[in-house]
Design a protein around this ligand. Structure first.
Ligand code: TYC
Length: 119
């Protein structure tokens, strides 16, 4: 087995060493990544013909921490193109945001749809 010198740098493993006839010379290899970054998910709002524009702006301010200007811009993007990105989050946070939006929309009897999509 090779020696491990600080962090993940392996020196002197059989595959990673050179034998010049006398001494075995260790060859440093790239660090082995042990952790993976969590996947990210876009939370999207979908357009419909009935949800009031002010309600959508309120949702964006309340759950996605948008300024009134950004919230209005995103709402108009959804209104004009059919879809808009509210934010990008890890799986659990995106799931929570979607549930919060749908719950408030249902309580107010608006057909607003909110979905998440892997980035
Ligand atoms: N189209 C809606 C209207 O004209 C407004 C709206 C915007 C609805 C964005 C949903 O995600 C939405 N009242």
């Amino acid at each position: 087995m090779g020696s491990q010198l600080g962090g993940n740098w392996y020196l002197g493993d059989e595959e990673n060493s050179v034998n010049n006839g006398q001494k075995t010379i260790a060859v440093a290899t790239k660090p082995v990544p042990k952790t993976k970054r969590p996947s990210k998910y876009k939370v999207l709002l979908l357009n419909d013909d009935y949800t009031p524009m002010e309600f959508v702006v309120y949702v964006l301010e309340q759950f996605f921490n948008k300024s009134i200007e950004d919230a209005t811009r995103i709402m108009l993007m959804v209104h004009q193109t059919g879809v808009g990105v509210c934010g990008i989050y890890t799986y659990e946070i995106a799931e929570t945001k979607v549930a919060q939006v749908l719950e408030l929309a249902q309580r107010n009897e608006h057909p607003l749809q909110c979905i998440m999509e892997k980035e």
